[in-house]
Design a protein around this ligand. Sequence first.
Ligand code: PEP
Ligand code: MG
Length: 538
Amino acid sequence: MQKINCVGVCNGTGSGKLYILKDEQISDLKNEIDSRLETAKFSNAKSRAKRIYDDYTKKAASENLKEAADVFMAQKEILSDEEFDKFVVDLIENENISAADSIRRARDYFCDILNQSDEEKMMARSHDVYEISDMLINELSDEKDSNDALFDSDERVIIASKHLSVSLIIRLGRERIAGMITESDGKNSHAAILAESLDIPVVTGCLADDLYPFEGKETIIDATDNLIYVEPDAITLEKYSEELSYKDTLKNIGDTKMPLSFDENKIKIYANIANANDAKEAMKKGAAGIGLFRTEFIFMDSYESPSLEKQFEIYKEVAEITDGKEVIIRTADIGGDKKVPYMTMLSEGNPALGLRGIRRSLSEPELFKTQLKAILMASAYGNISIMFPLVVCRDEVVQAKKYLREVEDELKKENIPFDENIKVGIMIETPAAALMADDLAKISDFFSVGSNDLTQYTLAIDRCNSSVEKYYDSHHPAVIKLLESVAESAHKNGIKAGICGELASDITMKESFIRMGYESLSVPVSKIDALHGFLTDI
Ligand code: PEP
Ligand code: MG
C-alpha cells in the first residue's frame, strides 16, 4: 500500500481505479493541411460546443446548481471571444497548423497571460479557457482523444489531472467518478464547486505525473483526512468499508436488470399537479401525462367539503385538458401535515403516524365514496386512473376497492357513464408497502413510489422538521434498496411502476431509475423541461 499526503478540496471519500488524464499535447509534426477545411472544422466545433454549453447550463439550473450554471454561461462567452478566435484562425491560415494544434497553442498562450495575474478571478478564467479549448478539441471529430479508454470503460475511477474539468465531470457523471486529484484547482474553482455539489471528493497537493506508476491500481482518496491510499491494505479497506459501501450501493443499483437506454419511449416524464392550471402548464411542457394529482388541495382550498359536482367538474376539466393522456388521480391524502380546517382533525401526538392517507379515507366512507364517484364520472371524459395513498397493507386496498365497486354499481343504476376498466394503483410510501410489494402487486394495476414519505418512514425522520433535515436523505441505501425491490416486484407481477416523490426529479439518479426498470417519473411542472433535456441529451 502507498499512502500519499494531499490536501482536501471537496470533502468525502471515494474508491476506484486510478486514471491519469492525458493532456493533449501540441504535435511537432507539420502535416500538410487544408486551411479552409481546418477553419470550417474550428467553426463547427464552436457551434457544437455552444449547444453543449446550453444543455449543461440547463441541466445545472434544473439541479439548482446555480453557480455551475453561471460558470457554463461564462465559459460559453469565450466561444465568442474575438481575440481567441483570431489567434486560432491566424495560426490555421498563416502558419498552416491544424485546428486542434492551433486551439492548443491559443489555450497555452491565453492561459499563460491569465496565470501571470495574482487575481483569483483571472486564474479561474484561465481554467475556463483550458476547459473550453479541451471541449473544442474533443469536438473536432477526426481527432483521436488520448483519453478514449476512459470514456469507453464503465469502471469507477479516481481521476488525476492537472486541472479539474467541468465538462469531464458532466460527461462521466457521479456514477463513474469516485474522486478527483488535481494539481491546481482550489475550492472555488468552478469544477470544484460542481464536484462538491455532486458529492465527489477532490484533493490537491500532488502531481499527476508522480502518480503515473500507480495508474490502474485500486485507490482510495480521503479528502477529509487529506490522504490517498494506493492499493489499500486490508486494515485500510476495513476502515473505509462502511462509508464506501454506501456509495457502492448507489452506483451498483440494478446493474444487471434492464439494459440502460435513454430512449424517451422507455421512461415517461409525467407531471405532479394540484389543479387544472398545473395540468395546462404540464401539457404545454410536453408531459406524457399526470402521474400524481394531489386532490387533497381541492379540499384544503375550500371552506367546506367540495361537493360531488364541484369535484367532478375539476377532474373532468383535467381529463379534457390532458386529451387522452393518462391522469393518475390520487384520492385525498388528508391528515399528517395536511390539515383541512372544516374537517375534524384529531389532536395527534404524531400526526405523520396518525390518521392520514387511505386509512383516513376508509374511516370516512361517505366522503371517500363521494370522491370516488366524482373521479369515476370524470373517467368518461379522458384516460383516468385512481391511486390510493399511504397504503400499509392488503386489507386497505381490498376495502378501498370494495367501496369503488359499490360506487360503480350506483353509477350503473343511475345510467351515468364511466370507464368500467379504470386502473387502480397504489402509492408505495411506507416500508410496509415496499416490503409487501409482491403481494400488493397482485391486487394493484400499478405502483407509484412516493419517495418523500418513503424516506420519512424508512429513516424515521419527520419530513417537516427542519432540525433533522440534514438526516433526511432520499439516497440512503435503505431507501434505494426499497426502490429497487419495489420495481422488481412490479415487473415480476406484470404491472408498471413509477416514482412521483421529489427524488424523481433528481437527474443524477435517472440512469439508476432506468436500470431498475421504472417506467415513469412524475415531477413538478417546473422540472419537466430539465428532465426532457437530460433524457434526449444522453
Ligand atoms: C410522496 O410522499 O413522495 C408523495 C409524492 O406524496 P406527498 O408528497 O403528497 O406526501
Ligand atoms: Mg406522500
